[in-house]
Design a protein around this ligand. Structure first.
Ligand SMILES: *[C@@H]1O[C@H](CO)[C@@H](O)[C@H](O)[C@H]1NC(C)=O
Ligand SMILES: *[C@@H]1O[C@H](CO)[C@@H](O)[C@H](O)[C@H]1NC(C)=O
Ligand SMILES: *[C@@H]1O[C@H](CO)[C@@H](O)[C@H](O)[C@H]1NC(C)=O
Ligand SMILES: *[C@@H]1O[C@H](CO)[C@@H](O)[C@H](O)[C@H]1NC(C)=O
Length: 188
């Protein structure tokens, strides 16, 4: 077997192992809302261990959201601790996500998270109490990101042909890192 083939084969074997070790740890969440549309907002983070923190979110809608639209922007922290735009800035309708009429990778990612962890798992409109429990950003859901600090910012609107009403913003501060191993466990 020649050297190139060995290297190729080696990297095929190594790749899944290396990916499996990366974790996307949510370090902080910040939510803000338009009080005319959204009340009783709660955004909380609970640390489970060194690698995992779970997200719990709640809010009440004053009036139903007819056509929710979200803009997802990703920012990466630079050397001076400022968040700079990082490649992703997409806007898509959440009804289309729920109806699986859109196949943007990030729309599908959001749908998987909503279906798994929230009561926003049905067709539009959305009304009443919205809730998400024990949400985890599994590394299988996201494309591979480099090891660094990121901000995933979702800005929500209720949008129709004549009006684009602001609903609120959720910012997730995420550290992409190699998972911290339990030394005790590996030794036994
Ligand atoms: C917000 O919470 C209060 C207290 O639980 C409740 O009375 C009120 O109806 C809630 N607001 C909305 C818009 O549901
Ligand atoms: C949506 O979420 C609710 C609350 O978690 C659950 O009871 C219901 O079965 C879910 N529906 C679908 C279609 O997944
Ligand atoms: C768009 O939304 C605004 C505010 O909710 C509403 O007054 C208007 O009737 C809507 N227009 C259409 C075409 O649905
Ligand atoms: C590592 O293992 C010990 C003993 O089983 C346990 O108490 C601890 O919580 C574990 N730490 C992590 C990060 O899983």
């Amino acid at each position: 077997m020649n050297f190139t083939l060995l290297v190729l084969l080696g990297s095929c074997l190594m790749w899944p192992v290396m990916e499996a070790q990366m974790v996307y740890k949510v370090k902080k969440i910040e939510c803000s809302e338009n009080p005319v549309r959204i009340k009783n907002v709660s955004c909380r983070l609970k640390a489970i261990n060194w690698n995992v923190a779970v997200v719990n979110m709640d809010c009440d809608l004053v009036v139903p959201i007819i056509r929710p639209v979200t803009r997802l922007q990703v920012f990466k922290k630079d050397y001076s601790n400022q968040f700079q735009p990082f490649l992703i800035d997409v806007t898509f309708g959440i009804c289309e996500v729920v109806k699986k009429r859109t196949y943007y990778p990030y729309a599908l990612m959001l749908w998987k998270l909503l279906k798994r962890y929230s009561n926003v798992n049905h067709s539009c409109p959305f009304s009443g109490h919205l809730t998400a429990r024990d949400g985890i950003l599994g590394s299988e859901i996201l494309p591979p990101f480099p090891e660094d600090y990121f901000q995933f910012r979702f800005t929500f609107f209720d949008s129709n042909s004549t009006n684009n009403a602001y609903l609120g913003t959720a910012k997730f501060f995420i550290q992409v890192m190699e998972s911290i191993k339990n030394k005790t466990k590996t030794a036994s």
